[in-house]
Structure formats: C-alpha cells, structure tokens
Design a protein around this ligand. Structure first.
Ligand code: TYD
Ligand code: MG
Length: 460
C-alpha cells in the first residue's frame, strides 16, 4: 500500500489530503506544504481495545492558594502577564522578525533573574557571543542569566532537567529541532512537536517557559497559530516600522485579562517602558486641525487616548480610494455607508484616508463615532475644538450605542486636560467629573449639532 501523504497549512495547521494553492481552513495563499505524518506505521489497535489505568476524579472546591506570581522589574510586562509570571506556565510571544522580541525577552530574562528566578535563555538564532554583546549594550551583563546557543531539543531538555531553572526562554520555537520528527526545522510538525515537548516538560517540572514565535506572511516557516492552543498565554508584540513604539498585547491569557497592553519605546539602550501611552499617541495638539479627532479608547483595562486623522479629497479615479492604517477597513466602509444612507452625506467620488497617529492600532467599535467625526471634519474642512474627545458605537440604523468603561474613558480625558466629550446617550453613570458631556441618540443629530452651521449639504 502506498504511504498516504498529508499536506499541512503552515499558518493554521489544518491538514488536507491534497495540495492546493489556498488553505480552506484559514484562506491564506501558498501556505500548504507536504508533511511527513508523526506516526508512519500501520495503525495499531484502537485505544478502547486495551485497558488504561483509571484516573482519580475530584470535585471543584479547592483549598489550594493561588500560585505566587513573580513580578519583573517592568510594570508594563507585569500588566500584560496579568500581575506577574505564574510558575509552570507556558507563554508564547509572537511578532514580525526584527520587531524586538529578542530584546524584550533578554530584558525580561535579566529582570526575572534579578527578581530571584533561576533563568535560562536558549538562543537558536544567535550565537552566545552575539547575545552577550547585546546584553552588554543593554547594560544587562551582570544579570544572573544562564545562556546557551542551541537548537537540538533533546539536548536542551536534558540540560533543563539537570539545571532545574524556574524560567526558560526559547528564542525561537521555529529554530528548534526534535530529532524524532523527520521534517525540517520550522515546519509544522517540528514546531508542533517542539512546543508540545517544551510545554509538557514545563508543566511536569514546575518550570515556566516563554516561547518566541515569528510571524511570517509567506508561510516559509510555520505560524504561531499551530502552537497557540498548547500554551496558557499568547502575546503579540506589535509596532509599525518607522515608529519606535511597540505594543505587547495579550490575546489569550489563562491567568489574567486578555486584550491587556503594555507599551514600550525602542531606544538605543533597548526597550523602555511608556507609563502614559495616551500622551504619546496623541502627538502635539496646539491648533485644531480639520480631520483630526481624539478618540477616548480602552485597551484591556487601561484607557488610551489616541488621535484619528482623516483626509478626504476629490478622486481622479472611477473607483475612489479607501485607505486605512491602524484601524479596520471594513468598519470604515460601514461608517461611510451609514453616513451616506442615514445622514445623506455622500462620499462617492472622494478618496478617503484614515490613519491612527503614532502607530497605534484601534479595534474597538467604540471608535466608530470618532471615525465619523474625523471623516466629517475632513470633508467639511471644519476642525473640532482641540479640547474635545469623541467615542461611541454606530449601528447600521444610524443609532448611537453606549460603550463600556465610560468612567475610565472620561477620567483619562479629564486627566489629560480635555474639557468636553461627545458620546452616545445612556451608559453607566459617571462619578463626579468636570468634563462637559454632550450626548447624542443618533448619528444624524450628531451631524446637525456638531457640523450644523457650516455643515454638510443635505440631499433632498
Ligand atoms: P530583535 O530583538 O533582534 O528583534 P526580533 O528578535 O523580534 O527579530 O530587535 C531587532 C531590532 O531592534 C533591530 O533592528 C535593532 C533594534 N534595536 C534597537 O533599536 N535598540 C536596541 O537596544 C536593540 C537591542 C535593538
Ligand atoms: Mg530575535
């Protein structure tokens, strides 16, 4: 019998029985490649045929105290971890190549080792001398971190078993090589096997493990999604090229809130914490500019104010441009449609550009009203007053929906010297505030009141 081949997507790990250009699982192109199956022998008897050992079952009540977390010297990192590092947890840190993952984790290794954890840093990408040089440059040469440059997983596990560290950092999971799997390092089988070995080893030996994962668009190496379900915490390290700011975002966390962010700045001496991101993402706002609106957003549990910028210009093309950086293009299309059909403000024949200043990414629906305000402000060439923040969700009917964490948004805006908030009606009551609030029940009334006098020409 011919051995059946399997084809696995390197982005999502879905397996297919024939090759195709596009993965049906995740829709990515050119990510499917041939894989040697893990067990390539004749099928053994089914599991039910041979008796295993009986597992003791327990109830849900517990007398155990929650595990003692170790806090690093970096408040931003502790915040994203949900208050510190949990013993025996497995963490995946993903990001584009060159974004600063190795820098972040070398600093974290130094910080945790200084906090009293025995820390081992395994580099599969750089030679020990290179890592030592970087540590020197970052002023971390004195930190009690144990370092090795190795990719052989068997040797790494043997070493970890003997050394018994409390934390091991593996940079990166895609360079690790398990010799019992016959495909190349970086392939789905290898990455999956290496992550499985490391996480089960970590749980069994009460060692925390941090895995670094590269994200690549071309599918040359397996994506971190293959590993995401095996670990307790998944963090994305993001940033725009050309901006020095980096955001560490927890997208999954079994030990803390997801969506929490930590903000860092890449400097000549490594990553520095940014304690007040609002001030940073807003830029300087002395004179109000048409098209620029401050959105009072929430990232996880923390309020972040950021500046949305829109530009609306007559289009030379039959198909006008819709260009978005840092926000959701689908959401922009929806807001344009609502403005057009519910408020009678057409954007046909106009190019629309939307940008979130400072390299920040905004995913909240609460940004809808701020986006609409920026678009209208740009279209009408009328600036909102500089002391105003905007937030609110727009529904397809044109109604405005209240948003969560009202208090947090208002307090942050007040703290940064804003005097007025434009927001939807309703929502939980706010404590004492000097901020003046103007509330709207639908987008149409927002448009007439804010952009009324010199406002848009209504149709009909
Ligand atoms: P690195 O941590 O090697 O990225 P990754 O591991 O995600 O591939 O960081 C690479 C970039 O960071 C590199 O382009 C230079 C920059 N960098 C600084 O600006 N300052 C520093 O102190 C360090 C160590 C790196
Ligand atoms: Mg690196």
């Amino acid at each position: 019998m011919a051995k059946s081949k399997t084809y696995v997507c390197s982005a999502c790990g879905a397996s297919h029985n024939k090759w195709s250009g596009r993965c049906e699982g995740c829709g990515e192109w050119n990510t499917i490649s041939e894989e040697v199956p893990l067990s390539s022998g004749p099928a053994t008897k089914s599991l039910g045929a041979i008796r295993g050992t009986r597992i003791p079952l327990t109830d849900l009540s517990t007398t155990e105290t929650p595990p003692e977390r170790t806090r690093s010297g970096s408040g931003e990192l502790n915040r994203v971890l949900g208050g510190g590092l949990v013993p025996a947890s497995a963490i995946l840190v993903c990001g584009d190549p060159g974004i600063g993952k190795s820098t972040l984790l070398l600093q974290a290794a130094a910080s945790f080792s200084r906090a009293g954890l025995k820390t081992v840093y395994i580099s599969g990408e750089e030679a020990s001398a290179q890592v030592r040089m970087r540590a020197q440059r970052l002023g971390l040469a004195e930190a009690p971190v144990q370092l090795a440059a190795e990719t052989n997983l068997r040797d790494i596990l043997t070493t970890l078993e003997a050394e018994k560290p409390a934390l091991a950092i593996i940079d990166s999971i895609q360079t690790m090589w398990a010799d019992n799997v016959s495909s190349a390092p970086g392939s789905v089988s290898q990455v999956r096997a290496a992550a499985h070995e490391l996480t089960t080893f970590a749980k069994k030996n009460n060692m925390a493990v941090i895995l670094v994962g590269h994200v690549t668009k071309d599918g040359q190496i397996a994506g971190p999604r293959v590993v995401e379900h095996m670990v307790d915490t998944v963090m994305y390290f993001e940033g725009e090229r050309g901006h020095q700011f980096r955001v560490l975002r927890a997208v999954k966390n079994r030990f803390g809130p997801a969506d929490e962010i930590g903000v860092f700045e890449m400097t000549g001496k490594g990553l520095a914490e940014v304690k007040n991101p609002s001030a940073l993402f807003m830029g300087t706002r002395d004179n109000p500019v048409p098209g620029s609106v401050v959105f009072a957003g929430i990232e996880g549990t923390r309020p972040v104010l950021c500046e949305l910028q829109a530009l609306v210009a007559p289009s030379p093309n039959a198909q006008p441009r819709r260009s978005v950086v840092g926000a959701d293009a689908q959401r922009l299309a929806m807001i344009l449609a609502v403005l057009e059909s519910r408020c009678g403000i057409p954007f046909a024949g106009l190019d629309v550009y939307l940008n979130v200043a400072g390299g920040m990414k905004v995913n909240e629906p609460a940004a809808d009203l701020a986006v609409a305000a920026a678009l209208l402000s740009a279209r009408e060439d009328a600036a909102l007053p500089a002391d105003t923040v905007v937030f609110g969700e727009i529904s397809l009917s044109g109604a405005l929906r209240p948003v969560g964490q009202l208090d947090n948004r208002i307090k942050e805006a007040e703290k940064l010297g804003f005097e007025k908030a434009l927001s939807p009606k309703g929502g939980k009551s706010v404590g004492t505030t000097t901020l003046q609030r103007q509330e709207f029940s639908d987008l149409r009334s927002f448009v007439t009141e804010i952009f009324g006098d010199n406002g848009p020409q209504k149709e009909g």
